[in-house]
Design a protein. Sequence first.
Length: 276
Amino acid sequence: MKIAAIQMRSGPDPKVNLAALEPLLAEAAAAGARYVLTPEVTMAFAENRAGLAEVAAPFDADPQLQRVGELAAQHGMYVHVGSLAVPVEDGRFANRSVLFGPDGATIATYDKIHLFDATIAGLNAYRESDTYRGGEIAVTAPVDEFILGMAICYDMRFPQLFHALAQAGAGLMAVPAAFTVPTGQAHWHVLLRARAIETGSYVIAAAQGGQHANGRETYGHSLIIDPWGRIVAELDHDAPGILVADIAADQVADARARIPALANTRPFAGPQALPL
Ligand SMILES: O=C(O)CNC(=O)[C@H](CS)NC(=O)CCC(=O)C(=O)O
């Protein structure tokens, strides 16, 4: 199965972002992709909560999202919108991933569980939970012969999520992202490779990249990693573009046969704080 990651440089306006996305989806379809992943905050990378409130639409009436569903059907491929902001009851948003099937139907949604509340030296303090409400449910979905495990950006730092997805059968992990540059330089490749190795799974990471209109700068470097932890494709820059690779379910089985860490997982008690 051919899969593709789309790298973007989204701004605050969903119409402009959709216009940037459409030709990249067409390019992925022309390359033979059966499954395509777009980055976190594909549709609106806003400056703040007020900026999002101006453009975010109810989930069932989002014109850009509906257009992506039509494009999935037109191209006959799975299109996974890495995330977009969806208004929720408490005035915040869900940072939500949406998977469309090749017939254009919505197959699955996933709300980002782990929110980026961190202060990084030299950057602003990020308080994602001011704007977004965290999800509470891990999600898998069928994509042809694969089971897809859904994660978003900062989720990649939480191996227990990927372990749970793999235990539920996922062999392809999706990580749409809008990573900061310094943490990307330090951690992006090693964390994503580790998630692939630990779970014997493919990892596809579709990134935002470059200098955005909202003042943020993101790391780019979209990646596809095989279940042995090898990087099989990378956009070695932060500009918009697409990345394509062939994946095969027998590679998942092979990696898990060589290192059966999933099967060898055992429950344990403790830790005991010694000496008692
Ligand atoms: O805020 C928005 O509109 C969109 N969301 C993001 O950009 C999110 C939350 S601020 N970014 C990350 O999770 C980066 C994580 C990261 O860089 C790391 O883990 O090192």
